[in-house]
Structure formats: C-alpha cells, structure tokens
Design a protein around this ligand. Structure first.
Ligand SMILES: [Zn+2]
Ligand SMILES: [Zn+2]
Ligand SMILES: [Zn+2]
Length: 355
C-alpha cells in the first residue's frame, strides 16, 4: 500500500508571453510589463525552489486560482469577485491543477536582454541592472570565461556559479587515450615484418577432469531457490521505497509529496549438489598426435570437458619463435623440419603463419 505525506510547498514561476520575463508564482500580473498571466501560460518549477512549511503556505493550500470569465485576470480560489473588473467569479474558470511537474533545468546562465550580463537561472532580476530576466534556454554547456570578463564586483550576491567541468581538457585526455589504445592494438595486430622459419619442436598437453557431486551451501540469496535445493530456510525483508512528487496546485505553488511503498524480497539459504572437479588427468607429448587420458571413474563421478594446448617451436634468422595453434587440426600441419613464413608484429610476436 502506498503511503502519501505532504512535505510542504514550493513557489513556481511563470514566463510572461508578452515580454518573456520570469515572474514569481504568486504574481498574477507581470512584474515587468504589467500584463496579466493568461490562463494558458503554465507554471514551471524554479531552479532554486525552497520548501515552504505547510503552515506558512496559506495561499498554496487554497486550491487552484480562478481566471475571470470576463477579463481573464487570475484571482485566488477564495475570491468572490474579480479584483480587476468586479465580475462574479462563478463565471470564471479554475486553473488546471494536480499534474506532476518535471524538475527545473539545472542552474544555467541567463543572459540579461538589457545589459548582456550573465546571471544564474536562479535569479529573476538581473544582478547588474535590475532588469527582468528571460527564461533560461535549454541547458547548453558554456566555457567559463578565462578571467577578466567576470561580472563586476557584486559582493552581496548569494548565488555562486556552479563549478563547470573543463570539457575541453576531459575531451583532450580521452582523445589521447584513444590514440594510445589504437596505436597499441595496431602494434600487436599489424604485421611489421616476415621471416622464414623451420619447425624444430612440437609439444601438446591435454587434461581430462573428473567431476563428482559435492554439497554447496548458499546463504541469503535473493529470490526463489532452485527446485532441487534442500535444507532450505527463507525469510522476507521489507523495506520502504520513497519517491518525491511535485504537484501543481494551479495557484503559483506546487505541493511536494513523498509517496512511499513497501518492497519485499525473499532471501533463502539452501544446499545444492553440484558437479565439481575433484581431479585432473594430464597427458603430454612431443609429436603431432595429441591423446587424452581415459581415467576409470567410480559411481557418482563423471568426466568433464577436456582441455588442450599446442606449442610449435620455430628456428629463424630472428632466433627461436613459438606459436600456439588453436586446434588439433591446425597443430597436425606443423611437421618437424617443415618450412613456414611467419608474419611478426612490432614486438616480435607471431601474427600469422603460412606455408
Ligand atoms: Zn511581461
Ligand atoms: Zn475580471
Ligand atoms: Zn542586466
């Protein structure tokens, strides 16, 4: 069951469609040009919203504002007649309310249309000239000015611009790392020289594992135990998962709610029988015919997948070189005394062999 709790309210903002200034949610007319907020201009969340305790948010708890049916002016929910034209507000239209609101964009820079000064988007008035500020554009990464052009002394300002990561530096380092990776890979994979070589030695190694079932104990694993588990004991852990929602009240404020629900997870401890390697039987040889051990197994045991490795040793003008064929088929071609052309990488490792 979901549990809901009101944490308080935050004041919203709206942007004047007439002059593009941002206004406080409580303002029913634009502080810059005096135009009333039209019904279709939505409220938005402010970049620096502060939680107002429920007791201190009288207007916020009142309900959605009413737009006068005659002149369109926004009036508080408890007004009887329009503050602008005196018309009865029974004819008016309540603002939409109850929608969950998206978070404001992170604090960005807003350029004053009057004087050009950059202000953080938490401000609605220009720090420098006092003009109303427009809505922050979609967040763009801007390079911090390299000294000099910072805003003139404004010690009273409480807004401190967030420190921006230096994308140029990060990008440069990433680019250099990529270059190094590519160059390293190329040096490994690209043949840089070739050499004639003669097979001097061949060597193979095989290994056959014997498996037996053993008890493995699992403790407090989330989820259901497998069907063949035994000695099972389970318990349930419940934790509260909470989420904050900001709900438009239609009056310049939004209600901040915390909605919580319980999530339960089962944890089980159990024992399983699992096939484990108890012994391996290796064989080795210096010819082209790898063989596998065939150990006798007792009841409750079985053979696992065998593994093998092959090594070919060459003599060349660059000294002794070794190569590991990937399969027994490939290995069988390297008859001692046969001649091969080896392609080598920058480190002298063998990249490819051909006859
Ligand atoms: Zn305006
Ligand atoms: Zn009116
Ligand atoms: Zn300005």
């Amino acid at each position: 069951m979901a549990r809901k709790q009101t944490l308080g309210y935050v004041e919203l903002e709206w942007t004047c469609p007439n002059c593009n200034s941002r206004n406080r949610g409580r303002d029913k007319t634009c502080a810059n040009c005096g135009a009333p907020q039209p019904e279709n201009v939505k409220f938005e969340r402010a970049a620096d919203e502060k939680l107002i305790a429920t007791a201190d948010a009288k207007g916020a708890a009142l309900g959605p504002d009413i737009h006068c049916g005659f002149c369109g002016t926004r009036n508080p929910a408890d007004a009887i007649t329009c503050s602008q034209c005196g018309a009865n507000l029974k004819e008016g239209k309540a603002r939409a309310a109850g929608q969950e609101m998206a978070a404001a964009a992170k604090v960005t820079a807003v350029t004053c249309t009057n004087c050009g000064a950059e202000n953080p988007s938490t401000r609605t008035m220009c720090e420098k000239c006092g003009s109303p500020l427009p809505t922050a554009a979609a967040p763009v990464s801007f390079a911090a000015p390299m000294g000099g052009s910072a805003a003139p002394a404004a010690p009273a300002s409480s807004a401190k611009p967030a420190k921006k990561p230096n994308w140029l530096l990060i990008g440069g380092i990433t680019f250099l790392l990529m270059i190094c990776c590519v160059a390293g890979l190329w040096a490994f994979l690209a043949p840089s020289s070739s050499v004639q070589a003669t097979v001097t030695d061949v060597y193979w190694q095989t290994s056959v594992p014997v498996l037996a079932q053993q008890e493995v104990r699992y403790n407090d694993k989330a989820g259901n135990p497998p069907g063949d588990a035994y000695d099972v004991s389970c318990h349930t852990e419940t934790k509260s998962v909470c989420e904050q929602k900001t709900i438009d009240q239609g009056n310049g404020y939004a209600k901040v709610e915390e909605v919580c629900h319980d999530e339960s997870t089962d944890y089980c401890s159990y024992t399983m029988l699992e096939w484990k390697t108890i012994q391996t039987y290796p064989l080795e040889g210096y010819d082209l015919f790898p063989q596998y051990a065939s150990p006798t197994i007792s009841n409750g045991q079985r053979l696992g997948s065998p593994s093998e490795s092959f090594t070919v040793t060459f003599d060349s003008s660059k000294g002794t070189l070794t190569y590991n064929p990937g399969s027994a088929d490939e290995f069988s071609q390297f008859a001692p005394g046969s001649e091969w052309t080896l392609k080598l990488n920058a480190f002298g490792g063998i990249v490819s062999v051909s006859q």
